[in-house]
Write a protein that binds this ligand. Sequence first.
Ligand code: NAD
Length: 351
Amino acid sequence: MKKIHVSADREYDVLIDVDYLAALSDRAQGHARVAVILSESMKDRIPQLEAGDCEFFYLPIPDGEAGKSAAVLAQAWNWLGAAGFTRADLIVGIGGGAVTDFAGYLAASWLRGMDWIAVPTTVAGMVDAAVGGKTGINSDYGKNLIGAFHSPIAVLIDPTWLTTLSDRDFAAGLAEVVKCGFIADGEILKLIGSKSLADIRASRELTVELIEKSVAVKARVVSGDFKESFDREILNYGHTFGHAVELSSKYSLRHGECVSIGMAFIAYLSEGLSLISPELSKLHIETLSRLGLPVTYKGAEWPELLAAMKLDKKSRGNTLRFVVITEIGKTQRLENPIESELIAAYERLSQ
Ligand SMILES: NC(=O)c1ccc[n+]([C@@H]2O[C@H](COP(=O)([O-])OP(=O)(O)OC[C@H]3O[C@@H](n4cnc5c(N)ncnc54)[C@H](O)[C@@H]3O)[C@@H](O)[C@H]2O)c1
C-alpha cells in the first residue's frame, strides 16, 4: 500500500493499492451514520458495510452524468434530512468521477460542509476526479457549473475495481496519466514505453505504479495551488482544445478521449511554433494511439472549434490560452498564438 499526502483546504491521504472495505470500515468508526452514495449499476457490487456501532445508509444515483443533476441532489438532501444526518456523520462516494463529484458536493453543501471519503472505481476517478477537492454537479447551461472546493478526508484507491472497467473507460483514464507524464513526470512515459492498453491492463503492478505516479503529480500541484492559478492550470494540458471537442461532439466522446485529441492538437501546434521537436510531438501521437486513444478529429470545422475554445473557462476575456510544454516536465502558458499556426495544427489533426 502506498500513501500520498495532499495538503489543500485540509490535510488528507490518498491510499493506493488498499483494500477499500477494510480501510473504509476503519475510517467509518466513530461516526454514528455513514451515507454511501453509489451509482445504480454498481449497487450489487458493494456488500453490506459494517464498522462498530455505525449505521450505514445507501443511496444509488443514476449512472454517469445523469446523476450529477440538481434534481438528484435535491433528493439526496431530503434523504439526508429524513435520516437525521448531522455534521458529525460521514458521506462516502463509491464510483467513477461522476459519483465522487456528486458525493463531494453533497458533503460540501449539507450543513455547510461534512466529512466525506472518495472511493474511485475508474482510472479517471483514481488519477483525477477524486484527488484535488473539486466537487460539483452539472447545470442545464453546462457541465460542472455548480460546485465547491471541498477536499475529502481520505481517498481509497483499490485497483481491484478496474478488472470490470471497459477497455474504452480504462483507456480514457490513461489519457490523464499520459498528460501527467508530459507535464511533470517523464518516468510515466518511460513506464508506458511501447506498451499497449492490453499490456497495461494485464499488469496490476504497472497499473498501480502508473496510478501512483499520476496521483503524486496531481497531489503536488493541488497542494501548491488549491484554487487554480497557473500552477493548477498545468493540469489542463490538452484541455482547451479537448473541451471544444467535447462540446462539438455533444459529449458523445469520453472526457479522456477529448483530452487525447487535445494533446495531439497541442503537440502539432507546439511543433509548428518550434516549441517542441518533431520527435516529442511524435511521442505524443504514438503513445496515445498505442493506448487505443484517438489522435484525429473530423467532427467539426475549425471556426466551430475556435468559437468553443473562446468560450472555455481557461480563456479569459478575448485571450485564447493554452498550456504547452517546451520539454517533458516543463510547462508554460501560450496566449493568442497566430491563427495560421492554429489552423495548421487543426489540419494535421483532421487529416
Ligand atoms: N473533480 C474533478 O477534479 C474532476 C476531474 C476529472 C473529471 N471529473 C468528472 O468525472 C466524471 C468522469 O469520470 P469517469 O470517467 O470515471 O466517468 P463515470 O463516473 O461516468 O464512469 C464511467 C462509467 O463507468 C462505470 N463504472 C464505474 N466504475 C466501474 C467499474 N469498476 N467497473 C465497470 N464499470 C464502472 C460507471 O457506472 C459509468 O457508466 C465527469 O463527470 C467529470 O466531470 C471531475
